[in-house]
Design a protein around this ligand. Structure first.
Ligand code: EPU
Length: 465
C-alpha cells in the first residue's frame, strides 16, 4: 500500500513524543502498583505459576471489579474530551496499565489512585495521533485509539492490534466505517494510517457482523464528526452501552446504545467528566460458574444481574440454584450437575468469553454436552489442557462434544489465552489433587486480585515461583 506524504516527519514526531513519555511518566503522581504487581516473572527469573489444591467448595462473598472491556474503551475515549476525566471502578490489571502508558506517551497527564480503583486523565495537552509501539501489539483494545484519534484530530497512525490468539480477528468493519465517514485508510508495515481532508463526517454504517469493537470504534469516531452517523446491526453488549454513557456524560449525543440501531449526532466539543465503569460481567460469570463447578455457595456482589441472564439460565438448566437481588447473584450447587448445550452468541446470548469456564464445568456434568462456538474459532485451545486432567472432549471445527466424566485430576496446565487461563483455574479448583497453571501473563491481563478473591472464598490457591 502507498505510504502517505509526511510520514517521515510523523515518525520523527513520534520519537520526540517517546522522549516526552519519560518526562511525563516521571511527573505522574501516585503511580499504581499494578506495574510490578502483575508481572508473571519472579525476581529470581523463574517463571511464576499458580498452584491449586482442588476439591474445596467455594463459599462466601466476592466483590466484582470494574469491567475490563469497558475500561479499555473508555480510557482512549477520554482523548475526545480535551478536559479532565476521572474514571472510577477501574480494574487494576495489566491492560489498564498498558493504556496508562500509551495515554501518557501521547501527552495526557495520568494520575492513578489504585486503592480506590480510580484514574484521572487530563487530555488537554495531547497533540499527537501516533500510537506505534510494541505495547499496542500486546492488547486488542488498542484499536480504540483509531476511532478516538480520528474523532479528535481527523488523522491517526496506529499499529494494528494484538491481543489473545483466538483465530483470525479482522477489523474490516472498523475500516469500512472509518472510510464511510470520509477517512482514507492505508495499511503500511503493520500500521493503520488514516487521513481526512477536514475531519470526519456522519454516515450510515451497516455492520455485516455484530462487532463489539467495531460498534465502539464507530461511536468514538462519530461523536465529534460533522453531522449524524447511524449504526445499523450495532452490537448490544454492556460495554457498548457503558462507552456510550461515558461519551454522553462528556457532552456527546449518542442515542440507542443497547439496541441494534445507534444514532450519533456529532458535537463540536466534549468536556471532561467523572464516570464510574460498570462491573465486569465476565469476571462475575467466571465466579458464578466456579461456584457451580465446586458445588459451592457464593454471593457474587457488585454486579448487574441483567448482564448475566444467559449464564444464570444455563446454570439453572444444569441443576444449580441461582437467586438474585438488585446488585448480587447467589449461586448454589451440590451433587450431580446435568449436561447442557451451549451456543455462544453476541449479547444477550451466551458470551464467548464464558464458553471456556462453562465447558470446564460441563466436563464433569452427567451426560453429553454440545458446545458450539460461533464467535472465535480458536477458543478451544484450553481443551487439550483439560484433557490432561481426564476430560473427555471431542472437537470438530467449532463444536465440542463433552462427555461428562466423574472427576478431573490435577495436572500441569498452560494458559493459552486470558479466558482459557481463568477456565483452567476453575478446572484446578474442581479437580482432585494438585494443579499447576503456567503462562500467568494471560490471566494478569484481565483479572484483578484473582487468587486473593478465590482464596477468600476458601479455594486453596497460591502464586509461586
Ligand atoms: N469481526 C469481523 N470483522 C470486524 C470485527 C469483528 O469479522 O471488523 C468478527 C470477529 O472475527 C468475530 C466477531 O466479528 O468473529 C465478533 O468480534 P468482535 O469485534 O465483537 O470482538 P472484539 O471487539 O475483537 C471484544 C472483546 C473480546 C470478546 C469479544 C466478543 C475487547 C477488547 N475484546 O473483542 O474480549 O470476546 O468482543 O464479545 O473488548 C477478552 O476479554 O478476553 C476478549 C477476547
Amino acid at each position: 500500500m502507498a505510504i502517505m506524504a509526511a510520514d517521515t516527519d510523523r515518525i520523527q514526531q513520534q520519537k520526540a513524543v517517546r522522549g516526552n513519555f519519560t518526562r511525563k511518566a516521571d511527573a505522574k503522581q501516585g503511580v499504581s502498583p499494578l506495574y510490578s504487581a502483575t508481572s508473571s516473572r519472579s525476581l529470581t527469573g523463574d517463571e511464576e505459576y499458580i498452584e491449586i489444591i482442588g476439591g474445596k467448595r467455594l463459599e462466601g462473598h466476592v466483590t466484582i471489579s470494574g469491567a475490563k472491556n469497558a475500561a479499555v474503551a473508555v480510557i482512549p475515549g477520554a482523548l475526545l474530551c480535551e478536559g479532565i476525566c476521572t474514571i472510577n471502578n477501574l480494574p487494576m490489571i495489566r491492560d489498564v496499565a498498558v493504556l496508562d502508558e500509551l495515554m501518557t506517551m501521547l501527552g495526557a497527564v495520568v494520575t492513578c489512585d489504585a486503592e480506590n480503583s480510580s484514574m484521572t486523565f487530563d487530555t488537554r495537552g495531547v497533540d499527537c495521533s501516533i500510537v506505534v509501539n510494541e505495547l499496542v501489539q500486546s492488547m486488542r483494545a488498542s484499536y480504540y485509539f483509531m476511532g478516538a484519534m480520528l474523532g479528535r484530530f481527523g488523522c491517526c497512525d496506529v499499529a494494528l492490534p494484538g491481543g489473545c490468539n483466538l483465530g483470525p480477528r479482522p477489523i474490516d468493519q472498523h475500516i469500512k466505517g472509518f472510510q464511510a465517514m470520509g477517512a482514507e485508510i492505508y495499511i503500511d508495515d503493520g500500521v493503520l494510517r488514516a487521513r481526512t481532508a477536514n475531519g470526519l463526517h456522519g454516515a450510515d454504517i451497516y455492520f455485516d457482523v455484530s462487532t463489539v469493537g467495531g460498534t465502539i470504534n464507530m461511536m468514538l469516531a462519530a461523536v465529534r464528526a460533522e453531522g449524524t452517523t447511524t449504526l445499523v446491526n450495532a452490537n448490544k453488549d454492556p460495554q457498548v452501552v457503558d462507552t456510550a454513557n461515558f461519551l454522553n456524560t462528556c457532552g456527546a449525543q449518542v442515542r440507542g446504545a443497547g439496541t441494534d440501531i445507534i444514532k450519533i449526532r456529532g458535537v463540536k466539543r466534549m468536556h471532561g467528566c467523572e464516570y464510574t465503569i460498570i462491573p465486569d460481567p465476565i469476571e462475575a460469570g467466571t465466579f458464578m460458574i466456579a461456584a457451580a463447578g465446586t458445588r459451592g455457595d457464593v454471593y457474587v456482589e457488585n454486579v448487574i444481574p441483567a448482564h448475566l441472564e444467559a449464564v444464570s439460565a444455563k446454570l439453572i438448566e444444569m441443576g444449580a440454584k441461582v437467586t438474585e437481588g438488585d446488585d448480587w447473584i447467589r449461586v448454589q450447587a451440590e451433587g450431580e450437575l446435568r449436561a447442557a448445550h451451549v451456543k455462544t452468541l453476541p449479547h444477550p446470548g451466551f458470551l464467548t468469553d464464558l464458553q471456556p469456564p462453562i465447558s470446564v464445568v460441563l466436563s464433569t456434568a452427567k451426560g453429553t454436552s454440545v458446545v458450539s462456538e460461533t464467535i472465535f474459532e480458536a477458543r478451544y485451545a484450553y481443551a487439550a489442557e483439560l484433557m490432561k486432567m481426564g476430560a473427555n472432549i471431542v472437537l470438530e471445527d467449532r463444536i465440542a462434544v463433552i462427555q461428562g466424566v466423574e472427576k478431573l485430576r490435577g495436572a500441569t496446565l498452560y494458559a493459552t489465552d486470558l479466558r482459557a487461563g481463568a477456565a483452567l483455574m476453575v478446572s484446578g479448583l474442581m479437580a482432585e489433587g494438585r494443579t499447576v497453571i503456567k503462562n500467568l501473563e494471560y490471566i494478569d491481563r484481565g483479572y484483578e486480585h484473582f487468587e486473593d478473591k478465590i482464596r477468600a472464598l476458601g479455594g486453596d490457591v497460591e502464586r509461586k515461583g
